[in-house]
Write a protein that binds this ligand. Structure first.
Ligand code: SF4
Length: 437
């Protein structure tokens, strides 16, 4: 059997580098001129209130725009870009499109820009799990997944296959983080339902401790492309230090397709892999007795046990987990906390022996509302929970978190990316990019 081909190309000038990546893997070989092409970037998050460094978190606008330009130059005119970004209040896809200048693609290339959240979804059976998939993605003749090269605190890596989860509606995304459904065994099934024809991994920036902006980005300047989704992700994972065999969703997908996860079964073209590997950690270190992040222990924070989140914590809640830790840190003034446990997600059960138990989110509340071990519940019942409410309810219990400490932390995260180190918002500025094209 022919080996799948994956190209790895150094990023210099985006359009040229991407062209080379596509040529090396013959990326458009199976595309027909009248195909309806759906590009799915990763625009998972943005923050319109606090500083938001997008590096390694969302696909650079430069790569998406270069891809559109190449497709148009090659004679493909039926192009749609689709995403379903969610904020606390609801869809933020259009706001992200606007911020990144995607709307300009409509005027220049006639691209259709779609917020899946506002479009139709089709309910499909995923081996007993019902998920609603964006109709536009299902109706496309070819889907192009354009993820970022990043780690993921639950899935280890989040690449082309994981990026498809953004084609689900809100409820279905949550269902993937179910009590019984194993996250790593849900979203890979999307790669079988959708006509996924090409993956382009945007590795201009890569992200450690992803998937959100509390991770740490590095400038990596690499592009990876393949017509073979699994092979592309195997190579992407290797570039940030992970063998596919340690990434459950890749192993699972390979097993289903009766495929190998070995790099030796892939034909690599372009840059040699071994010269381009940057190992990136995927998660924060936790204490052995599961009382909180190592950072808490190092700061001498005691009297509190924040249980490590599991895969049942869905994206909306997990985005708030790190901020919640920062708020708790801000309440620490050298004295031990008064015996607090924090539980999250759909499975964690409060333990005996604590004075107060924080039930972070509706799921943790539902799971523990009748738990006899709880002496005093501090229930943040929102879905997702509200950090201001968290601050308020803890204050009532004498624990003074300071939301401003979180604001300062966000500013710090933003400020640490300097232009001299290759971090530039220019790569996300669609208007500027089109003016220079
Ligand atoms: S409470 Fe959190 S984990 Fe539960 S469904 Fe809502 S966002 Fe997901």
């Amino acid at each position: 059997m022919e080996k799948p081909v994956v190209s790895v190309v150094k990023h210099t000038e985006t359009y040229r580098s991407l062209r080379r990546a596509l040529e090396l893997c013959d990326g458009l070989r199976d595309f027909r001129r009248d195909d309806r092409i759906l590009i799915k970037p990763n625009l998972v998050a943005w923050d319109f209130d606090l500083p938001f460094p997008p590096y390694g978190v969302v696909t650079t606008t430069a790569v998406v725009f270069a891809l559109v330009r190449i497709l148009c130059e090659e004679g493909y005119s039926r192009i749609t870009i689709g995403e379903a970004s969610l904020g606390i209040e609801g869809s933020i896809t259009k706001d992200i499109y606007r911020t990144l200048g995607y709307e300009k693609l409509r005027a220049k290339y006639g691209v259709e820009i779609v917020d899946f959240n506002e479009d139709e979804f089709v309910r499909l059976d995923f081996e007993g799990l019902e998920l609603s998939v964006a109709k536009k993605a299902l109706e496309a003749d070819k889907v192009i997944s354009v993820p970022v090269l990043k780690t993921h605190n639950q899935c280890k890596v989040s690449l082309g296959i994981k990026n498809l989860k953004g084609c689900l509606n809100r409820q279905s995304k949550m269902r993937c983080h179910g009590k019984t459904a194993e996250l790593d065994h849900t979203f890979p099934l999307l790669a079988e339902k959708l006509p996924l024809a090409l993956t382009v991994i945007d590795g201009i920036y890569a992200l450690a401790k992803g998937p959100g902006p509390t991770g740490k980005a590095v400038r990596k300047d690499i592009l990876v492309a393949s017509r073979d989704a699994l092979a592309c992700d195997i190579v992407g994972a290797a570039l940030i230090g992970y063998s596919a065999d340690e990434v459950e969703h890749l192993k699972f997908f390979a097993r289903r397709r009766q495929r190998s996860t070995a790099l030796s079964e892939i034909e690599l073209r372009g840059e040699p892999l071994e010269n381009n590997i940057t190992p990136l950690e995927y998660d924060w270190e936790w204490t052995e007795d599961n009382t909180g992040p190592e950072g808490f222990r190092k700061r001498g924070i005691t009297g509190i046990a924040v249980r490590k989140y599991d895969s049942t914590l869905c994206t909306s809640c997990s985005k708030l987990f790190n901020p919640m830790l920062i708020l708790l840190m801000s309440a620490f003034k050298g004295e031990p906390f008064p015996g607090i446990e924090v539980v999250t997600g759909k499975k964690q059960l409060a333990s005996p022996g604590f004075e107060k138990t924080v039930l972070f989110g509706r799921c943790a509340y539902q799971q523990n509302k009748d738990n006899p071990h709880i002496k005093k519940a501090i229930a943040i019942k929102g879905c997702p929970p509200d950090l201001r409410e968290f601050e308020e309810l803890l204050r009532k219990e004498g624990i003074n978190c300071d939301y401003n400490a979180y604001v300062a932390y966000r500013q710090y995260l933003y400020n640490r990316y300097l232009e001299k180190d290759g971090f530039s918002m220019d790569l996300f500025d669609g208007e500027r990019l089109l003016a220079g094209a």
